[in-house]
Design a protein around this ligand. Structure first.
Ligand SMILES: [Zn+2]
Length: 51
């Protein structure tokens, strides 16, 4: 019950994860795509194994 603190609504200004459409805390331009922490981690693992 804090009045005067922004961020009450989730998914208002924040983009959605391109994989699971979950709200993220990243800015609009986050390396071209926007991923939530779990999806970003999985993508990182994939990238590491690619090659
Ligand atoms: Zn996601």
């Amino acid at each position: 019950m804090t009045d005067g603190d922004h961020g009450a609504e989730t998914g208002a200004d924040r983009p959605e994860c391109v994989l699971c459409q979950a709200p993220t805390e990243y800015p609009e331009s986050h390396r071209g795509i926007t991923l939530c922490p779990p999806c970003e981690w999985q993508e990182a693992q994939r990238t590491m194994c690619s090659g």
